[in-house]
Design a protein around this ligand. Structure first.
Ligand code: GS8
Length: 217
């Protein structure tokens, strides 16, 4: 049975999974969820994800939510297909991928999420962005990016000289962030910029980025 992904092409968490699906060259069906009509808060969707959020992946009788858990599942299940995103054949490389997966979710994401949310999402809901929240998080993100700049001076990608799930997890939010007035945080750090140019030009992500339109301001 084909994989079914419930989500929408402009959603950051959906695109995280979409990028992984394309990276692996997998067949899947994208099932749109009408967020504006509140479909994700209705019982049929809540039965798939009780937190009422996209994305959800269905693989036969298995239903998964949380985009990072979904990509990890796909990377495990299809480790022989396409790029090995978790470096199964090398214990140390695999451990480093896990380190940088944690860095993305614990250090990078909290800061960049707030900026993207304030700048793009709130205005869509007719609300005003809070510049103080943006400023605090720009400072936090800058400090994280200083660590990335040093790291990427020694390795081509975050976990080593290879593309991995840790890099992939950065794509969706950074793509929207690059459309904000603060893209210089990335562009002014040469190693981070080279890494960004490299990972964002992978065919799997370019295909996904075509549907990421909510950053058009
Ligand atoms: C977050 C899911 C999420 O925020 C994950 O899957 O990684 N940690 C989870 N989903 C958003 C869309 S993200 O573009 C969502 O469903 N928002 C609607 C809502 O919360 O009501």
């Amino acid at each position: 049975m084909a994989l079914k992904l419930h989500g929408i092409p402009m959603s950051t968490c959906t695109t995280r999974v979409l990028t992984c699906l394309h990276e692996k060259g997998l067949d899947f069906e994208l099932v749109p969820v009408n967020l504006f009509a509140g479909e994700h808060k209705q019982p049929p969707f809540l039965a798939k994800n009780p937190f009422g959020q996209i994305p959800v992946l269905e693989d036969g009788d298995l239903t998964l939510f949380e985009s990072r858990a979904i990509t990890a599942y796909l990377a495990e299940k299809y480790k022989e297909t396409g790029c090995d995103l978790l470096r199964h054949n090398d214990l140390k490389e695999a451990a480093l991928v896990k380190v940088w997966l944690e860095v993305e979710s614990q250090q990078y994401h909290p800061a960049i999420y707030q900026i993207v949310y304030q700048f793009f999402v709130l205005p869509l809901q007719g609300k005003t962005a809070d510049q103080a929240i943006i400023d605090v998080n720009l400072e936090k993100l800058g400090k994280v990016l200083d660590v990335y700049e040093a790291r990427l001076g020694t390795t081509k990608c975050l976990a080593g000289d290879f593309y991995s799930l840790a890099d992939l997890h950065h794509l969706s939010y950074t793509y929207y962030f690059m459309k904000t007035p603060w893209a210089s945080l990335i562009n002014s750090r040469p190693n981070v910029k080279a890494w960004w140019d490299d990972i964002s030009s992978r065919p799997a992500f370019k295909k996904v980025a075509e549907g990421m339109t909510f950053g058009e301001k």
